[in-house]
Structures are given as C-alpha cells and as structure tokens.
Design a protein around this ligand. Structure first.
Ligand SMILES: Cc1ncc(COP(=O)(O)OP(=O)(O)O)c(N)n1
Ligand SMILES: Cc1nc(C(=O)O)sc1CCOP(=O)(O)O
Ligand SMILES: [Mg+2]
Length: 233
C-alpha cells in the first residue's frame, strides 16, 4: 500500500498492567448471555481455556423461537458479576458493550463504544482513568479520529465481511485493515472472521481479531478459540 494511503502511526503510550494486557491481547470474543441455552458460564470458561484474551457481554436480545428482550441493567450487572469470577480466574479482561455506567459499576476492565454511543471523552468522565475504552470504526475518518483521541485505548475496524451478527452494516473489506496496519495504538479486525479467513486478515496486517460466531456457534468453543488464537501469535 502506498505510504500516503496509510493512516499515520500514533506515538508510544504508557502502560499500566491492564493496558499491558490489552497490548498483549490477540483474540477478543463477544458473546450474548446464552439465555436460550442457559450455559453462559460454562461457555465462557471453555472459550477462555482456548485462549480468548478479552470477552464482551453483548446481548441485544433475540427474536428466535423463544424471544428475549434487551437486558435490564440489574440483569446485566448480575450476569457480569458471574462472568467476572470466571474471567479473572483465567487472567483475561472483561468488556461491557455500550454502557459506561454499567462497566463502572460492574468493575469491568473495558467499555466498548459504537459510533452512536457516548463519545469516548464522555465515557471517560464516567469510568475514570482505569477502565479501558474501545471504539468501533468503519471508515478511515473514524479510524483516524480514534487514533488521535487520547480517551481511546483501542479501536476496531470492520466489518471485514458482511455478517449476520451485525445486519445492515456494510462491509469495509480488508482495505481498512490495510490502512491501519502498523498503527501502534492497539486495534482489532472484526466482522465475518473465522479460522479459514484469519490468514487473509493477518496478511492484511492485523495482529488482533474480534469474533462472535466463530466461537459462539462452535461445537467445541475451546478448540475453536485455540485454533484462532494459534493463528494470531
Ligand atoms: C469489540 C467490539 N467491536 C465492535 C463492536 C460493535 O459495536 P457497535 O458498532 O456499537 O455495535 P453493537 O455491538 O453495539 O451492536 C463491539 N460491540 N465490540
Ligand atoms: C458486533 C459487530 N461489530 C462489527 C463492526 O464492524 O463494528 S461486526 C460485528 C459482528 C461480528 O460478528 P461475527 O464475528 O459473527 O461476524
Ligand atoms: Mg454499541
């Protein structure tokens, strides 16, 4: 890729232990609360045993055979408290989607913000300095803004492929991955990634990836995570 098409590298950052773990992280999993299966904690334990470094509770409700609405705040906090014990036992990081207030009260390591959520600087005022803040980006301008924003600890780029997990969001392809390759602020590729596609994602310059179905839909979450993690070392 020509140098002028790359997004400028940011400067070095100081690391506290939590942020050092973020830098070392390679595999990030988002899971719903598995309310239909009722096996969330076993699933979380299995995925972490396979090498997942960060795990996010991302439960938007479901309209399947049994319909589940969005989680109430109290329900989300109870689920996060249970997840936190398992996540800590594996030395991984616990991430909350969308809600800075929930992340703070839950004692989570991370809050992840989309483009329509609180601005990172607003979330920082809620969570303080110790909580890691991540943002989703879907085009070069959003990626540049995330890189330049001191309130942002990491960012995600994608979706690399169209994905039923995020219907209606247009895929960026791997072009955005190529554009941020080499940026030193931690970043993850996301969207449609599985073990078959991971070599392509790696070749485009990503060292870190976020997945949903590649682990949540696997018969053996430990094996699925281990395979993905093995391709990210
Ligand atoms: C780690 C991670 N990356 C991206 C997203 C997507 O966030 P957003 O665009 O706000 O969409 P929703 O997940 O809220 O539907 C994420 N949650 N986590
Ligand atoms: C939650 C989410 N956010 C995306 C983004 O591009 O910000 S893509 C995505 C879904 C990723 O799911 P899967 O691994 O099943 O394709
Ligand atoms: Mg969101």
């Amino acid at each position: 890729m020509p140098r002028e098409n790359r997004i400028a590298r940011d400067g070095a950052t100081t690391d506290d232990p939590r942020r050092a773990r973020l830098r070392a992280a390679r595999l990030y999993l988002c899971t719903d609360a598995r309310r239909e299966r009722g096996d969330l904690l076993e699933f979380v334990d299995a995925a972490l045993a396979g090498g997942v470094d960060l795990i996010q509770l991302r439960d938007k409700g479901s309209a399947g055979e049994r319909e589940f609405g969005a989680l109430e705040a109290g329900e989300e906090l109870a689920i996060l408290a249970a997840m936190r014990e398992v996540v800590e036992a594996h030395g991984a990081l616990l991430s909350v989607n969308d809600r800075a207030d929930i992340a703070l009260v839950a004692g989570a390591d991370v809050v992840h913000l989309g483009q329509g959520d609180l601005l990172p600087e607003q979330a920082r005022r809620i969570v303080g300095d110790d909580v890691i803040i991540g943002v989703s980006t879907h085009d070069p301008d959003q990626a540049r803004a995330a890189i330049a924003d001191d309130a942002v600890d990491y960012f995600c780029v994608g979706p690399c492929w169209p994905t039923p997990t995020k219907p209606g969001r247009s895929a960026t392809g791997l072009g955005l991955v190529r554009q941020v390759a080499g940026v030193s602020k931690p970043w993850f590729a996301i969207g449609g990634i599985d073990s078959a596609r991971l070599p392509e994602v790696r070749a485009a310059g990503a060292r870190r990836a976020v997945v949903v179905r590649a682990i949540t839909a696997a018969d053996d979450p430990t094996a699925a995570a281990a395979q993905l993690r093995g391709s990210l070392t």
